[in-house]
Design a protein around this ligand. Structure first.
Ligand code: CA
Ligand code: CA
Length: 221
């Protein structure tokens, strides 16, 4: 092979390796100012969604922990929490829907929540296993015009953070679709198979704005 051909083969391998590089965020300590803003590919105007992430935290039973926050001026439009009692919950501007599941811990959990406005069907998946379905906020719409952040719970448009609600641990592979993925796709994703990338957030390409003390780690898959 000519040197130029060798170089182009190497370039292809490098590009392929780059495709499978995976980034993850480490929130080392409890703060009221460390967070990561995620820039969506289109506005969050949602009548349905699937939101997935890989998450690990050693905060167990000590306090509530924010896992994902999307807030407009006046409302927490779509927030995911680990509650004080270990339940997982999500809130669409108002009362939440709660799931009594095994507690998050130091080992990574692949977590998804799904919701559909028409039926109100709300469910949660942990490592591909599906919860019971609950009926929640039928005919509701998640409204556009807010900001999505990881690490803090805003109580105004982007601020009023409380260290006691902050995320401490590791989080990554945060993807959001504006529709409900099939159970099989969510199972495949949790076991590392490639599925259609999130059409609102695709973790591989989503622009992140880091604020405060957050470490971004890159690893090869
Ligand atoms: Ca708060
Ligand atoms: Ca809030």
């Amino acid at each position: 092979m000519r040197p130029s051909a060798v170089l182009s083969v190497l370039a292809i391998f490098a590009a392929l390796a780059g495709c499978f590089a995976f980034k993850t965020l480490v929130f080392q300590s409890e703060t009221s100012n460390s967070y990561v803003e995620m820039i969506p590919q289109k506005p969050l105007n949602l009548r349905a969604f699937t939101l997935c992430m890989r998450v690990a935290t050693e905060l167990s039973g000590e306090r509530e922990v924010i896992l994902f926050a999307y807030r407009t001026g006046d409302y927490d439009e779509l927030n995911v929490w680990r509650e004080l009692d270990g339940r997982l919950a999500f809130y669409l501007s108002g009362e939440g829907v709660f799931f009594r599941v095994p507690e998050l811990g130091a080992l990574q959990t692949h977590l998804c929540v799904t919701w559909d406005s028409r039926s109100g069907a709300a469910a949660l998946f942990m490592d591909g296993r599906k919860s019971l379905t609950k009926i929640y906020k039928k005919n509701h719409t998640v409204r556009p015009g807010g900001k999505v952040i990881l690490g803090q719970d805003p109580d105004v448009y982007l601020g009023d953070f409380d260290a006691n609600q902050s995320f401490v641990g590791e989080i990554g592979d945060v993807n959001l679709w504006d529709y409900v993925l099939s159970d099989t796709m969510i199972q495949d994703m949790s076991s590392g198979k490639r599925v259609p990338r999130g059409n609102i957030f695709d973790w591989e390409t989503t622009q992140l704005k880091i604020n405060g003390q957050v470490d971004v780690l890159h690893q090869e898959l």
